[in-house]
Design a protein around this ligand. Structure first.
Ligand SMILES: Nc1nc2c(ncn2[C@@H]2O[C@@H]3COP(=O)(O)O[C@H]3[C@H]2O)c(=O)[nH]1
Length: 675
């Protein structure tokens, strides 16, 4: 429950052994300090302090480590998803429930409050639980960017930023201080309520109870049962509170003053049990509006009864509706299955299917329901990512898969790939899974049951298959030399009920494409069976093996050639890149020279031809960048929306705008790579 962890800021200096020594020293110091000086403070406050003290000792070998900012501290944090935290919430919930039931009960039914010391013990036990819970609540870890935050300072900040601290604080207020003036045990039928009413603030801890219910709903395998329990509990507490209010109103109006209020006179009516049972009974009748209740006589009674009726109608209608839908949800699988079965039965009756077949179908339905509850595994798991689905499937089917020889030594990847493609099929006694001569489209793995491989006569049993056996692979693998081609080589019949995993041919091929060893094992097994039955043409098989061998060699050679070519191409690409970089640099140098020579003149209409220096520069530019075309993208003419054409003649460069043809001086010359 407690996380004591090291926070190490300097990786170089941390060594587990040293850290353990420090921790034990810090704990020793902590114990000494707590017992010796009795100082208070949060544990991590202490621990940080002592850690600093320990490291400040120059004799300490880790003194240097401290200098390089190794901070080693014990921190207190609670993981809100841990089972220990969940159990703690259960304890807090009990304390809250205690307060919810007994504070109001004892405040009204004075006889109940007589056992003063007993109640004191329970009250302060609950208060102690509340105090510890506040510490736990403050140090509860939370997720930030998917990681659990365990830093005490951040946890405290997070707690103070939430609303929870207000509720915790109110529920911790020591309201019982009023007992000093208002002594417990001093109330009777003349003086109500009892002083314990001041403890009502303890109910502000209610959010923790809801938290526990939420966690329980998530954790449990029976969420509907928990929901129903929660609703029933809410109803009972509501009735209890209403009963207490009825008794309190009867006191306010005056016990026995009319027929509506509680009549306290008489030996039986004076007893606590009768007072409570009658009030509870009255409350149940009124809230559920299912029985005759005494007619109210005074205004307050009318108001109270009307409020009760309204609450009853609204709250109970909601609650009962919820319970109804929960119960129908619990049966939804059964109802759906029943509907499917009825549909098939109606269809068989309509199509006049033989009685024997009908009976088999019905037997199949009952077996499927009894064994798996008609669970649609694919749908149930569809929302999970493939990896998780595969993990669940492997766990669920592990026993079967362990028995399958080809899966025993296979790589986990193949197992994952295959397990996701497996579909469960159920066969009844006498069902033929495949018949000799059918086209093979699936391979099967036996999960449960016994099957027989039978010859054409339907009687000669070639082999018996049980859990973990694989069959149907011969026709699916398309073994070269198989005389039956892709046809089934034998009949397979289910002896009793059998559950089989079915793997489609395409899925099997896809999975085996990446796992040649597994494929070879399967093919080898298929060959053995074919040889046994004389269905393998050895010549074709050997030829195919040789061809495959040479094919594999060719592929291997091709692969190495491709690899070599790739290397050479990479080298060439690097050369081209370097050349390009050099070219760019030279071009930049040239541009700079052109711009520098242009800076002296502003004349827009200056032609580039002529025996001046610029022309010479452009000439050398052209000579430098052979075959590359030029544009002047930054020229003012282009900015004004004129089209700009560049002409290149040997030794000259003209920039001309449309519509007016005019020569411009080029201020910048760039290489247009797109051309
Ligand atoms: N032909 C043959 N198939 C067998 C035998 N034992 C089990 N089988 C399986 O029965 C399956 C029938 O369909 P396939 O031919 O696809 O694959 C066959 C084998 O996987 C046997 O002895 N002979």
């Amino acid at each position: 429950m407690f996380y004591f962890y090291y926070q190490q800021r300097d990786d170089e200096s941390g060594k587990t052994g040293c850290l353990q020594r420090q921790i034990s020293r810090i704990s020793r110091n902590l114990r000494y300090r707590i017992s010796g000086e009795g100082r208070s403070g949060t544990p991590d406050w202490f621990l940080d302090k002592f850690a600093a003290q320990t490291f400040d000792d120059p004799e300490e070998p880790l003194y240097q480590a401290k200098r390089s900012k190794l901070l080693c501290g014990l921190k207190l944090a609670f993981d809100p998803t841990s089972p220990a935290h969940y159990r703690w919430l259960a304890i807090v919930s009990l304390a809250i429930l205690y307060n919810m039931v007994f504070v109001i009960g004892r405040a009204v039914f004075w006889n109940l409050d007589d056992l003063t010391y007993f109640w004191f013990f329970l009250d302060y036990l609950c208060d102690a639980i509340y105090i510890v819970d506040t510490v736990v609540h403050i140090h509860e870890g939370y997720l930030e960017q998917g990681l659990m935050v365990k830093d005490s300072t951040m946890l405290r900040r997070n707690y103070l930023n939430s609303d929870a601290w207000r509720f915790d604080l109110i529920s911790l207020l020591p309201t019982d201080i009023t007992y000093y003036w208002w002594t417990p045990g001093s109330c009777d039928y003349n003086r109500l309520p009892c002083p314990v009413i001041v403890r009502l603030n303890r109910l502000f801890r209610l959010p923790r109870l809801w938290e526990w219910f939420d966690r329980t709903e998530t954790v449990t395998s029976f969420p509907n049962a928990i929901r129903i329990f929660k609703v029933v509990m809410a109803i009972l507490i509501l009735i209890h509170w209403n009963a207490c209010l009825y008794f309190a109103i009867s006191y306010a109006i005056g016990f026995g003053t009319d027929n509506w209020v509680y009549n306290i006179t008489g030996y039986r009516n004076e007893t606590l049990s009768h007072q409570y049972i009658y009030s509870f009974y009255w409350s149940t009748l009124t809230l559920t509006t299912i029985g005759e209740t005494p007619q109210p006589e005074v205004d307050l009674e009318y108001v109270f009864v009307v409020a009760d009726f309204l609450a009853g109608v609204l709250i109970f209608a909601t609650i009962v509706g919820n319970i109804g839908s929960m119960i129908s949800n619990m049966n939804v699988a059964r109802v759906e299955f029943q509907n499917k079965m009825d549909g098939v039965k109606q269809y068989m009756a309509f199509r006049k299917v033989s009685g024997e077949l009908e009976a088999r179908v019905i037997r199949w339905f009952s077996y499927t329901w009894a064994e798996s509850g008609a669970l649609d595994e694919e749908n149930v798991l569809s929302s999970l990512p493939d990896k998780l689905k595969a993990e669940i499937a492997i766990r669920v089917h592990l026993d079967t898969l362990r028995k399958v020889r080809i899966f025993q030594d296979c790589e986990p990847g193949l197992l994952e790939a295959l397990v996701l493609k497996l579909r469960l099929q159920v066969f009844s006694p006498g069902d033929y899974i495949c018949r000799k001569g059918d086209v093979g489209k699936e391979m099967y793995i036996v999960k449960r049951g016994r099957l027989q491989v039978v010859a054409d006569d339907g009687k000669t049993v070639l082999a018996t298959l049980s859990a973990g056996s694989v069959f149907g692979e011969v026709s699916v693998l398309e073994i070269a030399g198989n005389r039956t081609g892709n046809r089934r080589t034998a009949n397979v019949r289910s002896l009793g009920y059998s559950d089989l995993f079915c793997l489609a041919k395409r899925d099997l091929w896809e999975a085996l494409a990446d796992y040649p060893d597994a494929r070879a094992t399967l093919t080898e097994r298929g060959c053995q069976l074919l040889r046994k039955d004389g269905l393998l043409d050895e010549t074709i098989f050997e030829n195919a093996q040789t061809t495959q061998q040479s094919l594999e060699d060719t592929v291997r050679k091709l692969e190495s050639t491709v690899h070599m070519l790739q290397n050479r191409l990479e080298g060439l690409l690097t050369d081209v890149g370097e050349e390009q970089a050099m070219m760019k640099q030279r071009l930049m140098r040239l541009e700079t020279r052109v711009i520098e020579s242009d800076e002296d003149t502003d004349d827009d209409s200056t032609s580039l031809d002529g025996p001046d220096l610029r022309s010479e520069i452009v000439k050398s530019c052209l000579a430098e960048i052979q075959g590359t075309s030029f544009i002047a993208p930054n020229h003012p003419a282009r900015e004004r929306g004129h089209s700009l054409s560049i002409e290149r003649s040997p030794g000259l460069l003209h920039a001309t705008t449309e519509p007016r043809s005019k020569s411009f001086r080029l201020k910048r010359i760039l290489v247009d790579h797109s051309k």
